[in-house]
Design a protein around this ligand. Structure first.
Ligand code: UDP
Length: 377
């Protein structure tokens, strides 16, 4: 009998990173299932570069992205493409991750084709469906389609229960991003800035709602921190999007203690996080990963669907106001007690075994029996 095919659908960098350890986990069980890594191609280079860390390549790539595409165009191209792959390969299960257009399309198409859908990193919520845009909408659509909800934490599980999702379909797994970051940290890479003896502050910002004026304020605050603390070097890993670069580069360029770098391949980025004393970021993934190494994160957003880190004290929401970012950054860089309180807070996002749990639950849903013991029940 042929082995059941499991589609692991990705489209963007964060999905590639968070699905990679799940894919590796399924590969260990290739005697009983056939995992396939399916990319819509919503991101190109940065997706492939992230997968390199894990020695993975997509089995299929729809390459849907065209310059200047609207969300509707991305959605319709991805939906049509994925649908043709479901017809071609006849998967027994479709897995999607997170909150991208790709994840939403995977959920929709699995529903249309009556294939069970599992949602990794389910249950994250903000209060308004329009923020973050369009991610909050996407993840809510994923929840409507999902037969298996795989929330990372108790808080995200509770959000699903509040929406009256069937409790027997919800399993807290931890975040597969923690599995990814721990795998990446094991790899041997060149150290960053070995000659520099001062402190490194890392900046990443890419979110759509921060384009324009908010990013101008973020960049100005970061530059002020460099000017205020002579032992600081700021490293800005620039997102490829020109909307971001056009604002950041003129403000941050031309300063000896500011490095503007291309987004590093994942394991190098993880090493760069570990080299940093403080991270300023609007990234969801970075908020989850940095606490695994005890690095405080100032979150450059007004809302977060990841309040667990804020509650645990590993992250602080500071918004995008220049003065606020500067004040909060100065406090952490100048006050050891405040710094240690954040650095010593315990990461709430998982123990590095989330992918095993995901794989176990999917195989169980498919009726595939393996010899292993259920280690977490
Ligand atoms: N990341 C990376 N290189 C970079 C910046 C980020 O590999 O230059 C990784 C980061 O560690 C995290 C993921 O990309 O795992 C986050 O992606 P992004 O910030 O694009 O998306 P979000 O997490 O906000 O959805």
């Amino acid at each position: 009998m042929s082995k059941p095919i499991v589609f692991c659908v990705i489209g963007t960098r964060p999905e590639a990173i968070k699905v990679a350890p799940v894919m590796l986990e399924f590969q260990k069980f290739s005697d009983v299932c056939q995992p396939m890594l399916i990319s819509t191609g919503q991101h190109k280079e940065i997706l492939y570069r992230s997968l390199e860390t894990f020695g993975l390549k997509p089995d299929e790539d729809l390459e849907i992205m065209q310059h200047g595409s609207s969300l509707a165009q991305v959605t319709s191209r991805a939906l049509e493409g994925l649908d043709s792959l479901i017809v071609k390969h006849n998967p027994a299960f479709v897995l999607g991750q997170g909150d991208t257009t790709t994840a939403m399309v995977a959920a929709m198409d699995a529903f249309y084709r009556n294939v069970p859908f599992g949602h990794i990193e389910a249950g994250l919520r903000t209060e308004t469906v329009r923020n973050p845009f369009p991610e909050e909408y996407n993840r809510r659509v994923c929840a409507v389609s999902a037969d298996l909800h795989l929330p990372p934490t108790d808080w995200s599980r509770d959000n699903l229960l509040k929406e009256n999702r069937d409790p027997s379909t919800i399993f807290v797994t931890g975040n597969t991003g923690i599995d990814a970051v721990l795998l990446a940290a094991e790899q041997k890479d060149q150290p960053w800035y070995p000659e520099f003896t001062g402190r490194v502050v890392l900046l990443t910002t890419h979110r759509r709602e921060n384009w324009g004026e908010p990013q101008r304020q973020i960049a100005t605050a970061a530059k002020r921190l460099v000017e205020a603390f002579p032992d600081i070097m700021l490293v800005a890993a620039l997102h490829p999007n020109p909307m971001v670069r056009d604002v950041l580069v003129p403000i941050l360029g031309g300063n000896d203690r500011i490095k503007l770098i291309e987004p590093p391949e994942y394991s190098l980025f993880v090493k760069l996080m570990q080299r940093s004393v403080l991270i300023l970021s609007d990234s969801g993934g970075v908020q989850e990963e940095a606490p695994a190494f005890g690095i405080p994160v100032l979150v450059l957003r007004d809302t977060t669907e990841r309040p667990e880190g804020v509650t645990a004290g590993t992250a602080k929401l500071v918004g995008t106001d220049e003065e606020r970012i500067f004040q909060e950054g100065s406090r952490l860089l100048g006050d050891e007690t405040a710094y240690k309180a954040m650095a010593n807070a315990v990461s709430p996002y998982g123990d590095g075994k989330a992918s095993e749990r995901v794989r176990f639950l999917v195989l169980k849903a498919l009726g595939v029996t393996t010899q292993e013991v259920k280690m977490w029940e």
